[in-house]
Design a protein around this ligand. Structure first.
Ligand code: F6P
Length: 385
C-alpha cells in the first residue's frame, strides 16, 4: 500500500507505532480503528475505504487498521491508515488488513495449544491504541465476539458482511451479491456442458447453515433441484425428478446443493474440523454424496463441482461496493456520535442501525414461507421433498 507504514512488529515496533499515534493524539485528533474479522469476501476493502475516507475528509480523524481481525487486537498488530492507503482499493477483493476466522480473544491458544481467555489483554491493547471507537466488519462470529468486547467496555460499532447472508437484522450483507454473481456464472457454464453430455450436474455452494446462496443462485442459474439446509431432502424425490426430466426428453439436470444440506434423517457432511476455531465445523462433501446417490439410484451419469472459496474471491459487484460504502459511512458517523453497541443494517433499501445484542441473537435462515421459494417452484424448480 502506497504511503502505509509497516504493519508487522518485525519492521516497526509497537512502541514506535504508539509514539507515532501519540503525536496525532497530542494534536487533538480523534482516532478510529477498523478490523475485518471472519472469512473474507468481496467488498471489505470498499468498506474500509468508506470508513477511512469519511473519517479523514469529514472529521479530520486518525484511522488505525488492526491486522488479521481479532488476532491483531490480541497481538497488538496495527497500522496507521492514510488517505492514500485507501485510494484505489474500491474494486479490490479481499481485505488489505487481513482477516481471521479463528481468532477469538475469549478462546486463544497458548503455545502449548491450551485455550485461554486473553480478552483483558485485547482490551488493554485497544486502550493503548488510544481509539475513540472501533468498527468491526464481520459476520456472526465476529459480531458475537464484538458484543462480548462491548460488554467489557470496548466502544464499537458493527458492519455486517458474509457471503452466507445469514445475519438476522439486515436484508443483506456485504459480499453476498458478489458471491451470488460468481455462483450463478458457474451454474451457467455447467449448464451447457450438462446439456452436451446429458449429465446430472451437482453444484455444491457455500452458505454454512443457511441456504441463501444456494436458493438465489439456484433461481438465477435455472437450477432444476435446489437443496437447502432448511429443507432436508428425500433422495427418492430428487431421483424421481431427475428421471422424469430424462424421460420427458430433458436429458440433463442441474442440482444446486448448499454445503449445509442434508438428507431426511441424515446428517450434514463435515469436510474438516478446525480445532482452534470458535466454530470448528467446516462443512463440505454433500455434493459428492449426492452425485453418488443419484448415479447409483438412477443409472444416469452425475458429476459434481464444489465451488468452494472461489465464491469468496474476486472483485466486489457494484451493489456490494455501494452497500459497503453506505455501511462504512454510517458506521463512521455512529462512531463520531458515540453511538456504540450498534450494527448498521439494510432494511427495505434504507440504512438503519440495530443493537448489537439483537443482531447476534440468532442467524437468519431461509424460512419455508420465503417468497423466493414459491417463485422458484412456480417456474418448475423443486426442493427435494
Ligand atoms: O462464512 C463464510 C464461509 O465461506 C462459509 O460459507 C463456509 O462454510 C466457511 O466460511 C468456510 O470457511 P473456511 O474459509 O475456514 O474454509
Amino acid at each position: 500500500m502506497q504511503g502505509s507504514r509497516p504493519c508487522s512488529t518485525r519492521s516497526s515496533s509497537a512502541q514506535a507505532k504508539r509514539v507515532a499515534l501519540g503525536c496525532a493524539r497530542a494534536r487533538g485528533k480523534k482516532r478510529i480503528g477498523i478490523l475485518t474479522g471472519g472469512g473474507d469476501c468481496p467488498g471489505l476493502n470498499a468498506g474500509i475505504r468508506a470508513i477511512a475516507k469519511t473519517a479523514i475528509l469529514n472529521y479530520d480523524m486518525e484511522v488505525v487498521g488492526i491486522k488479521d481481525g481479532f488476532l491483531g487486537l490480541i497481538e497488538n498488530r496495527f497500522l496507521p491508515i492514510s488517505y492514500e492507503d485507501v485510494s484505489g482499493i474500491l474494486a479490490l477483493g479481499g481485505t488489505f488488513l487481513g482477516a481471521s476466522n479463528k481468532a477469538n480473544p475469549f478462546r486463544h491458544p497458548d503455545p502449548k495449544g491450551r485455550f485461554r481467555d486473553v480478552s483483558d489483554m485485547a482490551v488493554e491493547n485497544y486502550k493503548a491504541m488510544g481509539l475513540d471507537g472501533l468498527i468491526c466488519i464481520g459476520g456472526d462470529g465476529t459480531l458475537n465476539i464484538a458484543y462480548r468486547l462491548l460488554k467489557k467496555g470496548v466502544r464499537l460499532v458493527g458492519v455486517p458482511k458474509t457471503i452466507d447472508n445469514d445475519l438476522k437484522q439486515t436484508d443483506t450483507t456485504i459480499g453476498f451479491d458478489s458471491a451470488l454473481i460468481t455462483t450463478t456464472q458457474a451454474i451457467d457454464k455447467l449448464h451447457t456442458t450438462a446439456q452436451s453430455h446429458h449429465r446430472v450436474m451437482v453444484i455444491e455452494v457455500m452458505g454454512r447453515y443457511a441456504g441463501w446462496l444456494a436458493l438465489y443462485s439456484g433461481l438465477a442459474g435455472g437450477g432444476d433441484i435446489i437443496l437447502l439446509p432448511e429443507i432436508p431432502y428425500d433422495i427418492k424425490k430428487v431421483c424421481e425428478v431427475v428421471l422424469k426430466r430424462n424421460q420427458s426428453g430433458k436429458r440433463f439436470s442441474i442440482v444446486v446443493v448448499s454445503e449445509g444440506a442434508r438428507p431426511k434423517a441424515g446428517k450434514v457432511v463435515v469436510r474438516k474440523m478446525v480445532k482452534d476455531s470458535t466454530d470448528p465445523v467446516r462443512l463440505g462433501g454433500i455434493g459428492n454424496k449426492l452425485a453418488n446417490d443419484i448415479e447409483n439410484m438412477t443409472g444416469l451419469e452425475a458429476r459434481v463441482t464444489v465451488l468452494g472459496h472461489l465464491q469468496r474471491g474476486g472483485e466486489p459487484s457494484p451493489f456490494d461496493r455501494i452497500l459497503a460504502t453506505r455501511f462504512g459511512v454510517e458506521a463512521c458517523k455512529l462512531t463520531v456520535k458515540g453511538d456504540f453497541g450498534k450494527v448498521v443494517v439494510l432494511k427495505a433499501g434504507q440504512i438503519r442501525k440495530v443493537d448489537l445484542e439483537k443482531a447476534v441473537e440468532d442467524i437468519k435462515r431461509v424460512s419455508l414461507n420465503e417468497p423466493v421459494i414459491d417463485v422458484a417452484r412456480a417456474v418448475g424448480a423443486t426442493f427435494g421433498i
